[in-house]
Design a protein around this ligand. Structure first.
Ligand code: FAD
Ligand code: SF4
Length: 484
């Protein structure tokens, strides 16, 4: 049958592309994979000309019931890889074991050690730049040398050698062959020099494999099933409903659209759509006496781990700090007004892990069932207690920095990370997918990406998303080779 495939993958961003890459390494030459992507191939030239990364308006993708809270989505070939900022840290070991280490939240069904080698592979594929030392255990160094610190970073590293690090990032420090060198302009959503890793500049070649059929402008509506088997998908293309069948169906459409597609398909679960979350972002602007900032070599030059792992996680959220190294970042100017002292300021973002709340959800719109709705009622008390610690944290930073005063502390609208909503776990009663991201009921359906995250972690999510996709594809073939 011409419309039958070995696998159908929905989405062409990190989750889908890293899975596809590993799938193709394992699959026979005769394999047939259909990849369905709702958007177009809006290439870099188009993006720069139009000053946006997608030709689809975000309002046409989902309804946001609390617009003061942003969930950013860029639909098209490469998904949010086109607009991400490229922060590329691993999670810390404790992030996977919040309950057993600190009595808070839940443990992930995957541990740091399970993913360690996959992290290393992702770092190679993305050509990540970062510290030569490391806040977490690692079996191999990052492939690219670190960016230059800003002066505040230099002071913080000197005082807190085990607490402050060069940022791990896909904003390249040396040419990679397909990417130029990052020049700290801070326009990273577009990145005019193409210095940051995207699917378009780093993994597009996998879609040229003769085993792959990529259909653009194909919006998947439903996963079709027969009993407990996912039999295929239906999708809209050029105004017509089409369908295809497959032995394996993989959703990689992110934590808004994965649950939405499942809900529309009638593949329900008590947890599905609940627990939408990301980190609590708090912007802290500090005036410095005589120390000039913004002289590092990339938009975010340092990461602070001082308030990350530790017993405090029993009481309040862990925190990862970013040093913003761009005076005109995309939200606000971070310069002083006094003549000659414009850059005597440290602009830091504190990202606290959140504990997912059941009332933060993705649901189907009742007025337009073709669209999902995001409902966000606030962060957990655990995250807010973390934020309460900021004045004390600034006191600690003052051991390294000549802080005159705190100019402002404000909650940001987003970290642009979308997580939760189809969580992983060992118990099918309390989780949607298992530790290999296989759906608990439909065993030939995988749900990839950060929808599987049972808790937040203060770290950026995408290196872990990508590592989990490699891990899930490896498991699939290991299982097949054992014929279980
Ligand atoms: C401005 C911004 C900055 C960010 N910065 C960082 C950062 O510094 N570090 C970090 O780790 N993360 C960052 N992120 C988050 C990061 O982009 C996401 O974690 C990551 O892209 C998620 O990958 P994904 O493959 O799961 O989903 P996405 O990238 O969201 O891709 C989903 C794909 O599925 C497609 N799709 C959706 N629905 C359908 C459908 N029904 N049919 C067919 N196709 C469909 C989409 O078009 C898209 O291709 C940032 C995000 C934004 C917006
Ligand atoms: S700072 Fe400039 S060059 Fe570097 S990743 Fe951002 S936009 Fe690209």
């Amino acid at each position: 049958m011409i419309n039958h495939y070995d696998a159908i993958i929905v989405g062409t961003s990190f989750a889908g592309s890293f899975f596809l890459k590993r799938y193709l390494q394992h699959a026979p030459k005769t394999a047939r994979v259909l990849v369905l992507e709702r958007g177009q191939h809006d290439n870099k030239a188009w993006q720069l000309q139009n000053r946006r990364t997608s030709s689809i308006d975000i309002e046409d993708l989902y309804i946001n019931n609390q617009p003061e809270k942003e969930w950013l989505v860029s639909a098209g070939f490469g998904g949010n890889s086109n607009c991400w900022w490229g922060g590329a840290t691993r999670m810390m070991p404790g992030d996977f074991e919040l309950q057993s280490r600190y009595g808070v939240g839940v443990d992930w069904p995957v541990k740091y050690d399970d993913l360690e080698s996959y992290y290393g592979e992702v770092e190679e594929i993305m050509a990540i730049s970062g510290p030569t030392d490391s806040p977490m255990p690692r079996s191999r160094p990052l492939p690219l040398p670190p960016h230059r610190f800003s002066d505040p970073d230099v002071l913080l590293k000197k005082t807190f050698p085990d607490g402050w690090y060069h940022s791990a990032t896909v904003r390249a420090t040396v040419p990679t062959g397909t990417r130029g060198v990052c020049c700290a302009t801070g326009l990273c959503e577009l990145c005019p020099t193409d210095a940051k890793f995207t699917i378009q500049n780093g993994l597009a070649y996998i879609y040229d494999d003769p085993r792959v059929t990529l259909l653009l402008q194909a919006e998947v509506e439903e996963v079709q099933k027969k009993g407990d088997i996912a039999s295929g998908v239906s999708y809209i293309r050029k105004g017509r409903t089409e369908s295809a069948t497959a032995d394996l169906v993989i959703l990689a459409a992110n934590a808004i659209f994965n649950p939405f597609i499942l809900l529309r398909s009638g593949i329900t679960h008590d947890r599905l759509g609940k627990g939408l979350h990301e980190q609590l972002p708090v912007d802290v602007c500090l005036n410095l006496d005589g120390v000039k900032a913004y002289n590092g070599s990339t938009s975010i030059s340092g990461n602070g781990y001082l308030f990350y792992e530790g017993e405090h996680r029993r009481d309040y959220a862990a925190c990862l700090i970013e040093t913003w190294n761009s005076p005109f970042n995309y939200r606000r100017a971070a310069l002083r007004t006094e003549q000659g002292r414009w850059t005597e300021r440290a602009y830091l973002r504190f990202m606290f892990d959140d504990l997912p709340r059941d009332d933060n959800t993705v649901t189907i719109s009742t007025t337009n069932p073709k669209l999902p709705v995001t409902n966000f009622h606030g962060y957990s008390d655990y995250a807010m207690r973390g934020m309460d610690q900021i004045p004390a944290m600034v006191d600690t930073l003052a051991k390294a920095l000549p802080i005159e005063d705190i100019e402002s502390i404000s909650i940001g609208r987003t970290t642009a990370h979308i997580q939760g909503t189809a969580v992983m776990g060992n118990d099918s009663a309390t989780s949607v997918v298992d530790r290999y991201l296989v759906h608990h009921q439909l065993r030939n359906l995988l749900v990839l990406g950060a929808s599987a995250y049972p808790t937040a972690s203060p770290a950026y999510p995408t290196v872990t998303i990508s590592a989990l996709s490699l891990w899930a594809a490896d498991h699939l073939f290991a299982k097949e080779s054992k014929n279980v």
